[in-house]
Design a protein around this ligand. Structure first.
Ligand code: NAD
Length: 353
């Protein structure tokens, strides 16, 4: 089974290296037969190859069973014509990775603002207010005059249906509660369609409790009563914002994992960005990418009916919990003394023991 690792930019190489160490430990311990390969991506690929993602790496990604993608410093990428292919949207569009699954759980011992948060944000990934995803050709964002900017938001029945299906299936394996988050009081047609389709889809799941919350209230309720939520389904941009809030409530952005999954491909990606402010300092917390890689192993386990991959994901999650349980085992963002490398080594040792 082939796993392709693309480091990305900023802290990407540091956290990817720690993540690979932990996955290799599981691979060895459980004899998983994972073949983990690396390829160049992002700014380093731009420098060497004139493009952030080469055709060859695109082909390797298509051929891999799963991809681990480090965060990218997409803010400073040149235009696509100048070689700046934004990796995340490229993968999401090319492989139709419609479901961005972002859990937020307070891990034992971590001084989280919300000590009882345990939810999963299920974010639609292929449309919404994302200029590159709204149109067949051209951008969903344009200037009508030099002082008037317009943006188009695309919402389709098919995308609402399949993202709600993913959320419902997940909720049925958890506490059987689904929260539909929208802004239909203002976006009456587009969020009206999303909310109606989400309700229609969820109604097919017997025993599932379904509620809806307006997005601004949701931001307040997440802070006030985080434990009230189990699985949350929402559109692209709301999910992007609320999942960072949830990750922060659960202890910090460095703890927020995510997977982008479609019917045939999945990509592990931390919810956070490339953190240029701490890049190269060996101080980033690799937990989010490690747990994202664990989610990828779980996805591969379901898809290939391989219990050993589920066991590897479980071992990884337990190892991270054990490592984070005492402040002496944490990285600087959580008040600990460990560098990224040492944290990776310690987690790998626990996974392999
Ligand atoms: P960011 O998430 O990179 O950083 C926000 C804050 O959180 C910073 O203070 C950073 O130091 C801290 N932080 C983030 N990850 C951390 C970790 N693992 N350990 C410790 N601290 C961590 O957001 P930003 O600074 O707004 O964005 C930087 C770049 O990342 C931009 O170019 C943005 O476009 C890009 N970005 C990429 C992705 C992605 O690749 N999936 C996601 C979000 C942002």
């Amino acid at each position: 089974m082939k796993i392709l690792v693309l480091d990305g930019d900023g802290i990407g190489p540091e956290i990817s290296s720690a993540t690979v160490r932990a996955i290799e430990a599981a691979n060895y311990r459980l004899n998983l037969g994972l073949e983990i390969t690396h390829a160049d991506s992002g700014l380093s690929s731009l420098e060497k190859n004139g493009v952030t993602l080469t055709d060859d790496v695109m082909a390797q990604a298509a051929d891999a069973d799963g991809v681990i993608l480090g965060p990218t410093h997409s803010l400073i990428y040149p235009t696509p014509e100048e070689g700046g292919i934004n990796l995340s949207p490229w993968f999401r569009k090319t492989f139709d990775l419609y479901a961005n699954i972002r859990p937020a759980r307070a891990r034992p011992g971590i001084p989280a603002m919300a000590h009882d948060i345990d939810l999963v944000m299920v974010r639609e990934n292929t449309e919404g207010f994302y200029a590159d995803r709204a149109m067949f050709q051209g951008s969903g964002e344009f200037l009508a005059t030099e002082d008037v900017a317009l943006a188009i938001r695309k919402i389709t029945r098919q995308a609402c249906e399949r993202i709600t299906e993913s959320a419902c299936r997940l909720a049925m394996t958890r506490r059987r509660k689904l929260t539909i988050v929208h802004k239909r009081n203002v976006l009456k047609l587009s969020d009206g369609l999303f909310t109606d389709v989400a309700h229609e889809t969820a109604a097919k799941y017997e025993g599932l409790e379904v509620e809806e919350v307006i997005v601004d209230a949701m931001a307040a309720l997440l802070v006030r009563h985080p434990a009230a939520f189990d699985v949350v389904v929402t559109t692209n941009m709301f999910g992007d914002i609320l999942s960072d809030l949830s990750a922060e409530l659960s202890g910090g952005l460095g703890l927020g994992p995510s997977i982008n999954a479609g019917a045939d491909h999945a990509i592990a990606q931390a919810a956070h960005g490339s953190a240029p402010d701490i890049a190269g300092k060996n101080s980033a917390n690799p937990t989010a990418l490690m747990l994202s890689a664990g989610m990828l192993l779980s996805w591969l386990s379901d898809r290939n009916e391989r219990e050993d991959l589920a066991e590897a994901a479980h071992r990884l999650s337990e190892a991270v919990d054990a490592q984070l349980s005492d402040v002496s085992g944490r990285t600087a963002d959580l008040g600990g003394p460990l560098g990224t490398d040492a944290f990776g080594e310690a987690v790998a040792a626990r996974v392999g023991s």
